[in-house]
Design a binder for this molecule. Sequence first.
Ligand SMILES: [Fe+2]
Ligand SMILES: [Fe+2]
Length: 206
Amino acid sequence: MEQAGGAFGMLRASLGVMNLRPPIVIGALFAANVFGCAAQPAAPAATPGAASTSRPTEGFRREHAEIKEHLEHIAAELGKLATASPEEQQASMQHVVAFFREHITPHAQWEERVLYPAVDRRAAAGANPFTASMRYEHGIVARWTTELATMASASPPDVTGFTRRADNLLGLIWAHFEEEEEVLLPILDRTMSKADFDREIGAHGE
Ligand SMILES: [Fe+2]
Ligand SMILES: [Fe+2]
């Protein structure tokens, strides 16, 4: 699947020998509609200005933007849950859990393996890794995802409780992404060239 991501996928495949690619190739996900929602791959990520497209982290930021588009779809799905039939509720809750497990979890694991160490090396945090709180939030995301899976499998399920917890999780992920984009990635943008970023972290940019 990862080879099907067009130019993006090819760039990443070229780094495959270094095992530095994040597990999500968004282009391929769009093509396969793995998320189960109708995202349009042609929609570009919001870009504040032309100069920003030259940031070393621009490709990774686009990946975040595409994931956030799917977070919106999950939020919309949750909004319909209360009035859906029991069968639809069951299918929808399983879909929501699968989204967190199959797409958010591997994204976080790749960040902890590759992106966060690169930030920590440049943040001069010594014995206290700069990304410690972000790693902790990944743990909260994992814990709440497990809770959602348990709730989705209950019989009968607590649909209201599931919706509340899933909404909480979406809010946490939304804030977490913004923290990465506004606090962590600027450290890399200030201290790395695009070539540095591609070599050390992975090719995500133009
Ligand atoms: Fe993260
Ligand atoms: Fe992230």
